[in-house]
Design a protein around this ligand. Structure first.
Ligand code: COA
Length: 141
């Protein structure tokens, strides 16, 4: 798990991966709020952030630097998030993804996530619908 000592790395990676990065303050809040904050690669080239809320785990962020993509880092991060969520007793992992984000949707589908809803017009810049996806991870799944 990442710690407050990783804030500079998280901030830089986030800015390399996302058009609207959280900033160091956002990552500090995620860590101090008990989030599952993970880095992958040596040196770190990918990050993930998830939050456990009762029996659900919300995947809030997963990103890999453009130059390190398609080498399995996101797969490794997602598997770690799933393992942490299981250990925390969660029954499911939930997320939102832009409908046009083919790479992320493929990643989630490859790990068993299914679509459970769609919010048209959810994203503005660029405009896109949000797909709601989840993965059951409880003892009955
Ligand atoms: C989505 C993202 C995290 C994938 O990271 P990655 O490290 O390249 O992914 P991996 O190499 O672990 O790939 C795992 C699987 O994801 C899918 N995938 C990843 N990139 C893909 C692409 N460009 N097109 C289609 N499928 C893709 C594939 O199923 C892949 O398995 P395969 O390589 O055996 O075909 C990365 O593209 C990224 O950071 N995008 C920008 C940030 C983002 O959109 N995050 C998600 C929303 S929070």
């Amino acid at each position: 798990m990442a710690t407050l000592e990783d804030l500079t790395t998280l901030d830089a990676l986030d800015a390399a991966c996302f058009a609207r990065p959280w900033g160091a303050a956002g990552w500090r809040a995620a860590i101090e709020g008990g989030g599952i904050v993970l880095l992958a690669g040596v040196p770190a080239r990918g990050l993930a952030c998830a939050q456990v809320i009762l029996e659900s785990c919300e995947l809030r962020r997963i990103g890999v630097e453009p130059g390190a993509r398609r080498s399995g880092l996101a797969r490794s991060l997602l598997r770690s998030v799933i393992a942490h969520a299981r250990r925390a007793g969660c029954e499911r992992i939930q997320l939102e993804v832009a409908e046009g984000n083919v790479a992320a949707r493929s990643l989630y589908r490859a790990h068993g996530f299914g679509s459970v809803g769609r919010r048209p017009g959810y994203y503005r810049d660029p405009p896109d619908a949000a797909l709601l996806m989840d993965l059951e991870i409880g003892p009955k799944s």
